[in-house]
Design a protein around this ligand. Structure first.
Ligand code: KIV
Ligand code: NA
Length: 271
């Protein structure tokens, strides 16, 4: 099957509306990508892997090497979805040139077709610089986790008028600069409605209501790998419970010496 391309994703909103919402999930490993790929239009190698895979307290310590390694694994495991790789904190903010150096390395080392950067107005020049040089950029506005120290936490954004207007301006600034899609995270419903109506490119929501051109979630959140998840997550499964139960059965069989059983034992060839 042929992989979905950036122009194809943009075409989904050609007449200004998206008939069938774009489906996106995070993926960090090859096998996970392989399982999710048939169901998704896009796979995001999110820097959320800092917390989800590495147990880090935030996304800030995530490195370009980590994103390249996981990005390459996800590309190897997928065939159909467009793979987007997050640019980690510190790898793109200093200048458009720094962003180009980092982003070109990500595309070259992973085989992914696009990168994602957080930020609005302040990143518009960088989005333009990359887009004009062959690097498709997905934007990310609203709750931008790399700005946790400036924002003071992971609370929903746009609850007062000034912030509301700023997030809409941010989304427009990066779309005007050439972003091929924009993630809107943790924003009030009105912002999602306005952004989705006003931007000519797809708006992918996470904690941003159903009024978007697509949705993204952290796969482990949606699978029920974690006890505590944000309000906007729906747990479609209880994978944590299944792993706990499965490990408990294995442990009890090992302790009872009922595993390995006869079926799992190698024997000498007999005639
Ligand atoms: O890192 C991530 O997983 C993300 C999304 C959830 C949008 O940026
Ligand atoms: Na991210």
């Amino acid at each position: 099957m042929k992989r979905l391309t950036v122009p194809k994703v943009m075409q989904r909103k050609e007449d200004g509306t998206t008939q069938e919402p774009l489906v996106m999930l995070t993926a960090y490993t090859a096998r996970q990508a392989q399982l999710l790929d048939p169901h998704c239009d896009m796979l995001l190698v999110g820097d959320s892997l800092g917390q989800v895979i590495y147990g880090l307290p935030s996304t800030l310590p995530v490195t370009l090497d980590m994103m390249c390694a996981h990005g390459a694994a996800v590309v190897r495991g997928s065939y159909h979805a467009l793979v987007v790789v997050d640019m980690p904190f510190g790898s793109y903010e200093a200048s458009p040139q720094q962003a180009f150096t980092s982003a070109s390395r990500v595309l070259a080392q992973t085989g992914a077709a696009a990168i994602k950067i957080e930020g609005g107005h302040a990143m518009a020049e960088t989005v333009r610089f990359l887009s004009q040089r062959g690097i498709p950029v997905m934007g990310h506005v609203g709750l931008t986790p790399q700005a946790v120290n400036a924002l003071g936490g992971y609370m929903a954004r746009g609850r007062n008028e000034a912030e509301h207007a700023r997030i809409i301006a941010d989304g427009n600034a990066i779309a005007d600069a050439g972003a091929f899609a924009v993630v809107a995270e943790g924003v009030v419903e009105d912002i999602a409605i306005t952004l989705t109506r006003s931007l000519s490119v797809p708006v992918i929501g996470i904690g941003a209501s159903a009024h978007c051109d697509g949705q993204v979630l952290v796969t482990e959140d949606m699978l029920g790998m974690f006890e505590r998840v944000p309000r906007f997550v729906k747990k479609y499964s209880d994978i944590a419970g299944m792993i706990d139960d499965t490990a408990a059965r294995y442990a009890s069989e090992v302790r009872a010496r009922t595993f390995p059983g006869p079926e799992q034992v190698y024997r000498a060839k007999s005639d």
